[in-house]
Design a protein around this ligand. Structure first.
Ligand code: MEV
Length: 312
């Protein structure tokens, strides 16, 4: 008789106290991929037109687990609810024989890169299932197929950052360059809870063709990159970026008010981050201003406030 056979009878899940007794052979082999979300510091929308943008990964992750199952592939368990999920995963996962579980710490549709993290995590999990580790190139190429399902014609910035997992300066069509910061910066991130639609916002900007604003946003990215390399604050540049994004039509009253409130509470500069139309505001803070800025944000968005460190 084997050791497993001598274990007490398994009554899981009725009696959690004995759930440890589940015999190991019943556990399904699963293959996992994990990837972080992101925030865009500066350059969103302009990056679609060939200007550079700066973004960084954040310590909130999505994990995709794959295991074998009979019959058609299916998402069995997910924290991400989106009508496009099945089509997106079908670009990576075979139609037959795979069970998918998705767990995510990232709020969806708010500019924190939940679809990009899903894309990279799915590519990594699929490679693991084949006994490999996905390279950056594979995450970029195959991840782009998922991002296209969600966002139409994305620049590739979001899933590049997710795949590299560090601050990045990115120009569409070029290899992304990891960005060195002389000193980490701290951001308070406030999520309005109102989802934005990236594809719709990108289309709106395309229809308006705001060339002067896009040119200036591109210039702000270059200035922010230079200042980060020297360890200088970038708040005033974030402030200007927000009001340029408002001029091109992708901000909302809620986002503007959040920026004003966080700056009034001491943030060095605040802006919407991501495609806009909803989503998040980021604000640069110091140890002296962080608590007050968090409190000001909480008054408007309850507990949907995070603090992230970039370049630390
Ligand atoms: C979305 O996170 C960023 C945008 O610049 C679109 C893109 O880069 O594909 C608005």
């Amino acid at each position: 008789m084997s050791g497993a056979d001598r274990r007490p009878p398994v009554r899981f899940p009725r009696d959690p106290a004995v759930s440890w007794a589940m015999p190991p052979p019943l556990a399904l082999a699963s293959h996992e991929g994990r990837a972080p979300g992101k925030v865009i510091l500066v350059g969103e929308h302009a990056v679609v037109y060939g200007y550079r943008a700066i973004a960084a990964s954040v310590d909130l992750f999505t994990t995709v687990s794959l295991h074998d199952r009979p019959g058609r592939s299916e998402v069995e368990d997910t924290d991400i609810w989106d009508a496009r999920l099945g089509d997106a995963l079908a670009t990576i996962i075979p139609a037959e024989g795979v069970g998918v579980s998705i767990s995510s710490e990232l709020p969806t549709g708010c500019g924190m890169g939940s679809s990009a993290a899903l894309a990279v995590a799915a590519v990594r999990a699929a490679a693991r299932r084949e006994g490999r580790t996905a390279s950056f190139e594979e995450c970029f190429e195959r991840g782009m197929a998922i991002e296209r399902v969600f966002h139409g014609n994305p620049s590739g910035l979001d899933h590049t950052v997710s795949a590299l997992g560090c601050p990045v300066i990115f120009r569409r069509g070029e290899r992304a360059v990891p960005l060195r910061l002389a000193a980490p910066i701290r951001l308070v991130v406030a999520n309005t809870g109102t989802p934005g639609d990236t594809a719709a916002m990108v289309d709106l900007v395309k229809a308006r063709k705001p060339e002067a604003e896009l040119l200036r946003l591109g210039a702000l990215t270059e200035m922010v990159a230079a200042r980060l390399a020297l360890g200088h604050p970038v708040g005033p540049f974030l402030h200007e970026a927000h009001w340029l994004l408002r001029r091109i039509g992708v901000s909302t009253r809620e986002l503007d008010e959040l920026c004003r409130a966080m700056e009034a509470a001491g943030a060095e500069g605040a802006k919407l981050a991501g495609a806009g139309g909803g989503g998040i505001v980021i604000a640069q803070v110091t140890p002296a201003t962080e608590d007050a800025v968090r409190r000001a944000a909480s008054r408007q968005v309850d507990d949907r406030v995070y603090t992230v460190s970039i370049g630390g």
